[in-house]
Design a protein around this ligand. Structure first.
Ligand code: TD3
Ligand code: ZN
Length: 308
């Protein structure tokens, strides 16, 4: 089928109380793994590309690949710009067939974030493209904040309410304690679920969880067994992710876990079969392991079986 509206996919998830995976893709094998995993679990799926992915693969290449993927797929597929910052890129996505864009002005002061976000909503409306925005800041473990400073980076529910009302965005990404990458927590992982519930109650639209990779121990173990090195890596515990979904998250952004799967599979072939030099024998297993991880994710998110 053709690309499906992100809003349609997420409104259904919001109504029925589950989340849909937004998986980052940079090349054909990752995309195929994401689509195959979603088909196998009958799950709707959001294909996410960043400005970095567009620089890497090229805008037209990515859009063409995702369109073909959607045409061939038996499940709804949406195409989303993740963390849009460059107004030129955002405009190109809106005009070029994306079903949603994220404007990430979360690094700006509140009023400026609001203004920049509103402008993107106005730009996107005539094209029927939906808009995600971020309020609050995602911090990594390396940012070394005190408890009080950390608190200040999390989304204020009252501000969230005003932000959604005045911008007219379709989906909100609040900061509740996650961060991007493989090193999310120094001590015990802790998401601010109470804050999330309050935000959901006030805004009443689909919420997005960024930095939601779980960094599965089995993948880390494999990575280390094939010579990779990622000591102290820590993701969001699956139980807390489940709680976040039960409390109003409807889109779960996942990049790190796919990168880990890709790297584990490539390391395995290269280490176990030194005679291999056919790219298909190196990247095929990466596609297969991504498929397996995506299947596991869709079951955890509750999107499995929700394709129709
Ligand atoms: O927006 N994204 C994906 C892109 C971030 C840059 O890699 C996320 O929120 C994914 O977070 P995670 O936990 O997979 O790093
Ligand atoms: Zn993100």
């Amino acid at each position: 089928m053709a690309l499906t509206s992100t809003k349609e996919i997420l409104e259904k998830a919001h109504r029925e109380g589950y989340a849909v995976g937004a998986f980052n893709v940079n090349n054909m094998e990752i995309l195929q793994g994401v689509i195959e995993g979603s088909q196998e679990t009958s799950a709707p799926v959001i294909v996410a590309v960043t400005e970095g992915a567009i620089r890497y693969a090229g805008f037209d290449y990515l859009v063409a690949m995702v369109r073909v993927a959607a045409e061939e797929a038996s499940v709804p597929v949406a195409l989303h710009l993740d963390h849009g910052r460059d107004p030129g890129v955002i405009r190109r996505c809106i005009e070029g067939g994306f079903t949603s864009v994220m404007i990430d002005a979360s690094h700006m002061p509140f009023e400026e974030n609001l203004k920049a976000t509103k402008e993107v909503v106005e730009m996107a409306r005539p094209f029927g493209v939906s808009v995600e925005a971020e309020l609050g800041r995602l911090k990594g473990v390396e940012d070394l904040l005190s408890v009080k400073e950390r608190e200040a980076t999390l989304t204020d529910p009252e501000e969230a309410e005003r932000f959604v009302r005045e911008t007219g965005i379709d989906f909100l990404a609040p900061a509740i304690g996650t961060s991007h990458g493989a090193f999310k927590f120094k001590g015990k992982p802790k998401l601010d679920i109470d804050r999330l519930r309050e935000i959901k109650g006030r805004v009443g639209i689909p919420l997005v969880l960024h930095g939601a990779s779980t960094v599965p121990p089995w993948l880390l173990e494999l990575l280390h067994s094939y010579g990779g090195k990622l000591d102290e890596a820590k993701g969001v515990p699956p139980d807390q992710l489940r709680e976040a979904i039960a409390s109003g998250v409807n889109k779960v952004n996942t990049d790190t876990d796919l990168r880990l799967a890709f790297t584990v599979a490539v390391r395995k072939v290269l280490q176990e079969s030194p005679e291999v030099f056919d790219p298909r024998k190196i990247l095929g297993p990466a596609r297969d392991l991504i498929k397996r991880v995506v299947m596991e994710k869709n079951r955890l998110f509750g999107s499995a079986g929700k394709a129709s």
